[in-house]
Each structure stands twice: as C-alpha cells, then as structure tokens.
Design a protein around this ligand. Structure first.
Ligand code: TMP
Length: 247
C-alpha cells in the first residue's frame, strides 16, 4: 500500500477497540512506539502495513502515521521538502523543516495516541534526520539529538526496524515508485549514490550504538521473510499488550 492519503494518521476502526484502549489506560500503560526506517526504496512502508495488519489480527488498537507528514501542517511541510524544485534548499533549513513537521506530529498525534495506550507505527522518525541530515549531509549529530529532545517531548521509539539494502537496488525501486506517484516527491531520488551510501552507513552506525532498540533487517529477502523477522522482533513487546502475541 502506498503511504496513506489525507488524513495521514489513521486508526483502523476495526482495530481500535475503545474497550481495549480503556483497559490499557486504566493500568496506566503507555502504548508502544514502533518506527520503520531505511534508505529510499527499502520497502519499509510495505512492512509497516503488514505489521499493522498483524496488529489488527491480534485485536490491538493502533495508529499509523508518517514523517514528514502525519498532520495537515506536516503534510504541507512534506510537499515543500520533497518537491524537485526544493533541490537547492540549505541543509540547515531542511533539518529544521523535518523537525517542524515532527514536533507537530508528536504533539498532535503520537503523544496523545501513546497516552491512550495505542500502538503507534511511524514511517520514519528522528533516526531519519540522524541518518540523512547527520550522516548523509554532515550536520552535527549532537545538535540533531538536542533538537530531538526539544521537539519530541521525550517521545522515543521502543523499537526501530531499519530495512538494510544496497542503494543500487533501492534507488531503482524508489525511481519506479516516484514515476507513478501523483505528487512530485523525487528530490531525494536525484541524490548521488554516494549520499545514499552514507545514509545507509549512518543507519548501520545507529544500530550499533543502540542494538536493543534499532534492529537491522536485511531487506533484499522476500517480503514475507522480512515480515516474519519483524514479527519475531516485535512479539516480546506486543506480548505485554496482547495474550495472542505470546508464544
Ligand atoms: P519517505 O519517502 O520514506 O516518506 O521519506 C521522505 C524522504 O524524506 C526520504 O527521502 C527521507 C527523507 N527524510 C529526511 O531526509 N529526514 C527526515 O528526518 C525524514 C523523516 C525523512
């Protein structure tokens, strides 16, 4: 499934059972925050959608969102960031715009959903800024982490899946997708291969720095094999929320 059209944050009515959300709230449980990352064309959105179907089968209430985007304001920022004509954008401006979108998404969508006990699946989050703007463009990683603390109100992913793939393979996929897209989102696809290599190495470094949270998943396998790996990694956390996820 392509990224959601407006509204960008969705709750599947079938999977959002108010009863379940209430009982989680009563126990004071915060929902789980799961993020999907990787270079362009790595297949993360497909995997996010498969995991959301899995959550629906478990009967767990969840919400899907994305970055940049996720709110009306964020979707406007997304258009500015991703159109080809923004190619000359200053990297500092780029970083701030990603965080502008993220701050709104956290305040308006992610934080309230987690407080309600929903599992939140987010297509990219701060790791993307570290990988793309930090490792890719060479902006200061410590400054990006400070921006994160300022913009994200202590909202941090519980688990992050990084779909790891060679840029030579993924850029071809991203190009195909952008050719068929309704909107012009081709700016990053125009980047040199060396940029995508740096971003990939950035994600790998993040996985080494935080091995408990950031899981590197080989993404050249078939879709179902990747999905099963993601389920196996998510299961111990999901088991706290649903008996059905227990082995
Ligand atoms: P998407 O196509 O996966 O939705 O991501 C949009 C593009 O924005 C993708 O090329 C990665 C890039 N990006 C950043 O450079 N920094 C960020 O913080 C985020 C969230 C995305």
């Amino acid at each position: 499934m392509p990224p959601q059209r407006a509204p960008r944050s969705r709750r599947k009515p079938s999977s959002h059972s108010p009863g379940a959300a209430f009982s989680l709230r009563k126990r004071g449980a915060r929902g789980l925050f799961l993020t999907f990352e990787g270079i362009d064309g790595c297949g993360k959105t497909t995997q996010l959608n498969l995991l959301s179907d899995y959550l629906a089968r478990l009967g767990l209430p969840y919400l899907v969102t994305r970055e940049p985007g996720g709110t009306e304001l964020g979707e406007q920022v997304r258009k500015i960031l991703l159109r080809r004509s923004s190619a000359g954008m200053d990297p500092r401006n780029e970083l701030l715009l990603y965080f502008a979108s993220r701050a709104q998404n956290v305040a308006q969508v992610i934080r309230p959903a987690l407080a309600e006990g929903l599992t939140v699946l987010c297509d990219r989050f701060t790791d993307a800024s570290l990988a793309f703007q930090g490792y890719g463009r060479g902006l200061d990683l410590r400054f990006i982490r400070r921006l994160h603390r300022f913009a994200c109100q202590e909202v941090n992913p519980d688990l992050t899946f990084v779909l790891d793939i060679r840029p030579e393979t993924s850029v071809k996929r991203a190009r195909k997708r952008n050719l068929s897209a309704r909107h012009d989102e081709g700016r990053f696809e125009q980047e040199a291969l060396a940029f995508h290599q740096r971003v990939r190495q950035g994600y790998r470094a993040l996985a080494r720095q935080e091995p408990r949270r950031v899981k590197l998943i080989p993404a050249e396998d078939d879709i179902e094999t990747i999905h099963q790996k993601i389920v196996a990694l998510a299961r111990p956390l999901l088991a706290r929320l649903s008996r059905k996820a227990r082995p």
